[in-house]
Design a protein around this ligand. Sequence first.
Ligand SMILES: [Mg+2]
Length: 239
Amino acid sequence: MAAIRRVLATDIDGTLIGHGGEEEVRDYLVAHPELGIIYLTGRTLNNACALIGRYGFPNPLAIATDVGADIFWGPNLEADEFWAFEQRRYWSPRRLRTALSNVPGVIYRGRSSHWRVAFELDDLTLVSVVKSCLARNHLPARILWYPDERRLDILPCTALKSRALHYILRRVGVKAQNCFVAGNAENDGDMLSNHYPGVLVANGDAAVRNCLPEWIMRSSYPGALGVLDGLQQWLDQNR
Ligand SMILES: [Mg+2]
């Protein structure tokens, strides 16, 4: 296989899947195998692979799951043990649970994945209470809040799509300017605000839209069609 020069690094939910146009993007990517694919998702590996398989999206060079806490390398999706070790350096789920066990209205709900410690909150104001409790106890962590379920997931502070992507690109030897990123939500914000060219799809969160650098395209198409729109414009400009 010839060395990959350019890659598409994309989120899955709300970006590649969920707003129509999935088949068009799949056909385009399958017809352009010279473009490497990296998926970066909040999902777990099994979960993400089931979706990728269902839509027939190409196998990736690598996939980062749990918002970057784990990395798996294609084509056999072997776990990157070095990366997992890095995540564990600042990660103490047991201490974190102990610290939060004394906070009224914050109920432990178990692990929602290998890296996610889940809590249910009685109300929204407790998000900041949790943050200050963790800070007071010197427990750096990444916090993801799902208001619809009143669920708060806590992950290692190093679980960031941008960090995982940086590491993957270094390993595959692709320069930042040759990596096109695509996303829609807050957990894509760090990846979209880095130095990569990229696109925010039309259904992207307003909060993310307002913080993006000016070179990130704002597609007028939602989901997969937005990815395709941005990607094709970028490839046309960089022939
Ligand atoms: Mg998303």
